[in-house]
Design a binder for this molecule. Structure first.
Ligand SMILES: [Zn+2]
Length: 325
């Protein structure tokens, strides 16, 4: 489905079958010289068909088209290898490019999940059935690396690159200051909150995410084009809601831990999730991954803040409140 957003700027809706996200918003910027496609969809036939159909409708010559990918997740990058030609530039950020090209470290994921209480019988099968894994791009790619402040000029548009880490290590938005448009990827979504998760000890994604929200809060923006669901206009209001959402999650975890120390999986099973399933036990395993990953990001934040400490008991990480909390 194609929707005209502004002059020479279109939204091409790419279905994500069986995903609660429903669809990926791919944006297309047309010009008489080169075109730009922003984000692509999963490496899956349904996505490829929808992409081709939309591009055909817009009369886009794929050989005169470059690509900008907001972050490495498969719903944004997975379809890319089926679309590029030898003449395509792929604009991407350094942290995500390095991780993408070094491949998925399944073993590292599994041992981190095990350490955090994920039940043994669900581990391997759930990661392998995860859509982000199933529909990923499998070949290595050559990227044209962009950094903060770099410009992409297409027709009358001049997009500035904004580094907005949090949802991924190197997540990048595009800001058009004259049109006051923000291409937001999964940094800001309208009626769902971007998933902030952590599957390693390397960084504090929630802390990074909150400062990336602060960065966008200061910009003059009239229209946000997110990676999923509808566009939005009141960006400051939405950022305030997202900050509040994470504050509530931090408080919920702290209050769950008042009952005693537990692992991340157990905390996840006790939290309230905005999802259609009746109970934690009937959550599809891929949704448990998202949920536990989200819990881990909040635990990391609280731990660095000094509110929590962790220790190993029976080869599992147990979190408990410190005197400071
Ligand atoms: Zn996404």
């Amino acid at each position: 489905m194609i929707e005209e957003i502004a002059v020479n700027l279109y939204k091409n809706e790419i279905p994500l079958p069986n995903s609660p996200l429903k669809a990926l918003n791919s944006y297309v910027v047309k010009s008489s010289d080169r075109n730009l496609v922003i984000d692509t969809g999963w490496n899956q036939k349904e996505c490829l068909d929808a992409m081709h159909k939309g591009l055909r409708k817009l009369g886009i010559d794929i050989r005169k088209t470059d690509f900008f990918i907001t972050h490495l997740h498969s719903d944004h990058l997975g379809l890319l290898p089926s679309l590029i030609s030898d003449a395509s530039l792929i604009y991407f950020n350094r942290p995500d490019a390095d991780r993408f090209n070094s491949g998925v470290r399944v073993d590292a994921f599994i041992s981190f999940a095990r350490l955090n209480g994920f039940p043994e019988e669900e581990l391997q099968a759930s990661l392998l059935s995860h859509p982000g894994f199933k529909f990923r791009a499998k070949e290595k790619l050559v990227f044209h690396i962009l950094k903060e402040g770099d410009l992409i000029r297409i027709g009358d548009y001049a997009f500035t690159c904004l580094e907005t880490p949090g949802h991924s290590w190197g997540h990048m938005c595009l800001y058009e200051p004259h049109q006051k448009i923000l291409v937001a990827g999964d940094h800001i979504l309208n009626d769902i909150s971007p998933n902030i998760q952590s599957w390693s000890d390397e960084w504090n994604p929630l802390k990074a995410y909150l400062s990336s929200l602060d960065k966008v809060y200061g910009l003059d923006i009239e229209l946000v084009l997110p990676g999923h669901r509808g566009t939005l206009r009141n960006v400051k209001g939405r950022i305030e809601e997202l900050r509040h959402h994470h504050q509530e999650r931090l408080e919920e975890i702290t209050s769950i831990l008042k009952k005693g120390g537990m692992n991340a999986f157990e905390i996840g099973s006790r939290m309230s999730w905005d999802i259609v399933y009746d109970s934690w036990d009937v959550f599809p395993v891929s949704q448990k991954w998202f949920a536990v990953g989200e819990v881990l990001a909040h635990l990391k934040y609280l731990e660095e803040e000094g509110t929590l400490r962790r220790e190993i008991q029976n080869q599992t990480r147990i979190y408990s409140l410190t005197a400071r909390s």
